[in-house]
Design a protein around this ligand. Structure first.
Ligand SMILES: [Zn+2]
Length: 149
């Protein structure tokens, strides 16, 4: 199933070359495979989300576990040397993330964070992303917003 036009594909490929991270690419490939339409790195939105799905009003951030301090994740432990420096730096990242998420939510976006460690199992990731959008199509949904897995 290939729903990208030639122009979209060439945009996609140029982004690939400009240093995108593997976890983000995995998310993108799955979204593409599921036939979802998305845009990348919209600078005009708070935090410039990695992917947005305009039709569904869904914004996805693909976060590195270390840099964004994935709670409870072993990849997110603070280095022993210069601990104070790292603690401050990472805390600022988390605060910036939280500010971006609440600003997006105020604008009516449903924000989903996908962590780097959650992109390793492709099948699970695909199921998760599929669920996010399938659920949207049902008429009445109880708790609509869920972040992460
Ligand atoms: Zn993690």
């Amino acid at each position: 199933m290939d729903r990208l036009s030639a122009a979209e594909r060439s945009t996609l490929m140029s982004k690939v070359r400009s240093g995108d991270t593997a976890p983000e690419l995995r998310v993108r490939q799955i979204a593409h495979r599921l036939g979802l339409r998305f845009r990348l790195h919209r600078r005009d939105l708070p935090g410039s989300p990695d992917l947005i799905f305009p039709k569904h009003s869904v914004a996805i951030f693909v976060h590195g576990c270390f840099w964004h301090s994935h709670p409870g994740c072993k990849r997110a432990s603070i280095p022993k040397s210069r601990e104070e420096f790292w603690r401050n730096k990472l805390q600022r990242n988390v605060q910036r993330d939280q500010a971006a998420i609440s600003a997006l939510e105020k604008k009516g976006w449903r924000v989903v964070v996908i962590w780097e460690c959650e992109t390793r199992n492709i099948d699970k990731l695909e199921e998760h992303i599929g669920t996010l959008f399938r659920r949207r199509r049902k008429k009445k949904v109880g708790s609509a917003s869920r972040v992460g897995f």
